[in-house]
Design a protein around this ligand. Sequence first.
Ligand SMILES: [Zn+2]
Ligand SMILES: [Zn+2]
Length: 266
Amino acid sequence: MRFSLSRWLRPEMSECTVCGRMADARSNAVPVPVRHPAAREILQQLCMGCRSSIPWIGAPVCRYCGRPEFCPDCPRRQDKQMAFCRCAVRYDDRMRDMLALYKYRGSERLEPVLAAMLAAAFERVCSELGGRDAAHIFQAVTAVPLAEERLDDRGFNQAERMAVSLSQWYGVAYLPLLQRVRHTEKQSLKTRRSRIVDMKGNFVADRDVMGRIPFAGVSRFRILLIDDIYTTGSTVNECARALKDALAEAGVASEPEVYGALWARS
Ligand SMILES: [Zn+2]
Ligand SMILES: [Zn+2]
């Protein structure tokens, strides 16, 4: 650790994980909408500027996708495989930069910060399901898988990393239940309609991993799905379809429910 005069003079100050500036006690005036102590602590280490610039989604307007304003997409969506999902923040320029720094430039220090932010979406899902004890609400947490070629380039799946953090904090088993079937072109090159069509049949559930879900005595079977960005919702929808089909086929649950927690809503 490099020597910091202000740290030496004022030991109650610490360096902000995001920007590196000193965070002081005044930062605590900016509230953090997360209850879990480990996640709170991570967010409380951010400076006042970084903390106050997080565009939290305080009140979702769309009950399905968690969008914080009127949503023209969900009411007309015919095929809803997910129960609902919630997103922690709006995907604005700052959030886009932060995610890019982590995903493409490998800034590992941001990983716990992103996971701690995602915790806000997860806790909202739990409270809307009427409870605070995540371990009793969900049988497993899983993540949207990356295409293999992208996994090779990047070396990690950001959604999986975030899901593992949540699993550890809230005591819900993490299982890599999903696999990608085939590669689709980079999504950003496509129109909304062709993206939705292309996603069909893109994911399958891994039967061996499915066998590790603790089933006994479960009245309602719920799985939580994690991803970083919600854009059209087609990715989470197709993942939910693959999970539900596989669970029903394997006789695990006749009507399993899949919920989503995503880091940002674009
Ligand atoms: Zn900062
Ligand atoms: Zn919506």
